[in-house]
Write a protein that binds this ligand. Sequence first.
Ligand code: IPM
Ligand code: MN
Length: 358
Amino acid sequence: MNIHKKTRIAVIGGDGTGPEVAQEGLKVLTAVSELEKFDFELKHFDWGGERYLKTGEVLPPGAADELRKFDAIYLGAVGHPDVKPGVLEKGLLLELRFQLDQYINLRPVKLFPGVETPLKDKGPDDIDFIVVRENTEDMYAGVGGFLKKNTPDEVAEQTAIYTRKGCERCIRWAFELTRKRNNPKGRMLTLVAKTNVLTYGHDLWWRTFQDVAREYSDVKADYNHVDACCMWMVKQPEYYDVIVTTNMFGDIITDLAAIIQGGLGVAAGGNLNPDPGGTSMFEPMGGSAPKYTGLNVINPIAAINAMSMLLEHTGHEEAAARIMAAIQKVTGTKMKSQAAGKMGYGTKEVGDLVCQLL
Ligand code: IPM
Ligand code: MN
């Protein structure tokens, strides 16, 4: 990507504490852009629960086309207590993932220094892997229906869709990432699926994985059933380097992964369209946490982490690395806890500390 031009970022602060944590990420962006000498431009969008309650519309017509013009999207959080579950998730988050063809959901899982993990005797050296989740297919495709709805004979069907193109582009991207990451402990990509039961859909994944693996003889191609993966992730997280998995399983195992890396206050993710000209979206995993809104108690580390990911993917690798190093100094030497209200600092103060340590 051309780093000499202005980086254009669409900001969707969203609901609850989303705008507050996004604000800290943007503060860090301003500070790092001065140090690394690059220009950026922001445009804020008021999309989310509040707007939906006022207008009855989650996204205005042409929203995805508008976002396509940006180099990246920075999302705070969506989710509003007065909006029925699913409306904003499907209408905003999933809609944008699909419309912008963000076919990779990238979740780095790294335990930062000073951050508490529920895993006994595990530290930052043990918990450091990446999950690559397919992000456009599977049961998320929205294929299904009802028959005889609301009768005793009702039938509901929810279909998992897998395409050769969909799994191949995700698997290939994951192999490339594993090669680039070049883990000193050895490069290994683990496919996580359920080939012993899902003998059609995950057979396609398995065969595609074997085919693509032939092009990457420098990467060990490994396989875990998803249930076993959940056990290993708790018992021996140091086993993993990079995991590639389907959309639904990826959703579940990345929440498990988030909790072992210290929880939703620190975990961040990217929804990537890695194709030329594709627009990717970066977000903290925390959700809108409405009860903490406006109290200056929510943890902004995840949002700042998401900003680091955004910069890495828009060609500002040095800026991204600077933020990552500053975050680790703040968690390692300043913060008392990663839990809202227990950090020893307010939301804004944590943002200030990261800026100072850049
Ligand atoms: C995630 C979230 C979403 C998902 C929800 C909010 C639709 O849980 O990004 O993991 O299921 O993908
Ligand atoms: Mn999830």
